[in-house]
Design a protein around this ligand. Structure first.
Ligand code: NDP
Length: 293
């Protein structure tokens, strides 16, 4: 095995992350839709693996960026004969803690290490290489993982054992969802009462209710009616499910998380499959009979 890095999952955020990795290390990529991996390899001087077992056999370190921990388990299984002592899987998926503990146990059966390494900062943070990375794993595995996530990161924190990174990421994204719904509903009311949307967010952003949602998402995506599709509502709904399980496992009762999970589950069904996580605001607007513009 060489110091080559394998990257699995060239989706909306995986692609710009992999680009930074390919600038720093000899990189082998694999993607379910193979043409994406071939195009990436041509454009960024990487190699495209024909199958997962070949990628794992070639790369001591493998980074995954897939929808959920279930697809990560499938990828681990698809290369099951290739994992060896000395392999490290860095899972950048926004996964779930229980799934990560299972994936870590499967790899440990082959002598390989697992670190959960979810990211925050969106596709723009990935493009700029300024993501926050939340690492969960043993001290040794995390110390080894750092240099491979560094190319796309600004802040890298070891937050606990395997699964801790995914628990923290789920709570972070639940806060994002809570803020989107709360800002959408509040602004719909203010606009109906005659307060211009931009003036309302300007004041909120100089006040105690401000958040990333009021500072960036509402002005840049809702008021402009730009609605870019960078992170799907379906994935944020998935994260809310993980967050609910995290609170339940910890024995913490919540009023808000289940309500926002229900809202996202319904909105996701009503919107089209590729809808962005911010587009749920359209549902709030439709119900209120107003546009936040
Ligand atoms: P996308 O839906 O854009 O990409 C998903 C990737 O996973 C694609 O490469 C897809 O392959 C691959 N994939 C899907 N199903 C399978 C499968 N069964 N087996 C193998 N590969 C599969 O998602 P994102 O890139 O947006 O998100 C990836 C992860 O990162 C998610 O966990 C998400 O929550 C998280 N995340 C996303 C952010 C964002 O802003 N987009 C921000 C922070 C975290 P194919 O090309 O064949 O479809």
């Amino acid at each position: 095995m060489s110091e080559r890095v394998g990257f699995v999952g060239l989706g909306a955020i995986g692609t710009p992350m992999a680009r930074h990795v390919a600038q720093a290390f000899a990189t082998v990529v694999w993607n379910r839709t193979a043409v994406r991996a071939e195009e990436f390899a041509r454009a960024h001087g990487a190699q495209a693996a024909t199958d997962l077992a070949t990628l794992v056999a070639d790369c001591a370190v493998v980074i995954t960026c897939l929808p959920t921990s279930r697809e990560v388990a499938e990828v681990i299984a698809a290369a099951s004969g290739a994992w060896r002592r000395g392999h490290l899987l860095i899972d950048a998926t926004s996964g779930d803690p229980a799934g990560s503990r299972r994936n870590a146990a499967t790899l440990a059966g082959h002598g390989a290490d697992f670190v959960d390494a979810p990211v925050s900062g969106g596709t723009s943070g990935a493009e700029q290489g300024t993501l926050t990375v939340m690492l969960g794993g043993s001290d040794d595995a995390v110390a080894r993982a750092r240099r491979y996530v560094q190319p796309y990161a600004r802040k890298v924190e070891h937050v606990g054992p395997v699964g801790a990174g995914h628990a923290l990421k789920a709570v972070n994204n639940a806060l994002l969802a809570l803020n989107i719904v709360a800002a959408g509903e509040g602004l719909a009311a203010l606009v109906k009462l005659g307060v211009p949307a931009q003036r309302a967010v300007d004041v909120i952003n100089a006040s105690s209710g401000r958040s990333n949602v009021t500072e960036h998402l509402i002005p840049e995506r809702v008021i402009t009616r730009a609605w870019p599709r960078t992170f799907s509502a379906a994935l944020l709904d998935k994260d809310l499910g993980v967050a609910l399980a995290v609170l339940e496992d910890a024995g913490v009762t919540s009023e808000l998380y289940p309500a926002v999970k229900r809202f996202y589950a319904e909105a996701r069904q009503a919107l089209d499959a590729g809808a962005d996580h911010v587009e749920v605001v359209r549902r709030i607007e439709a119900a209120a009979g107003v546009e936040i513009r």
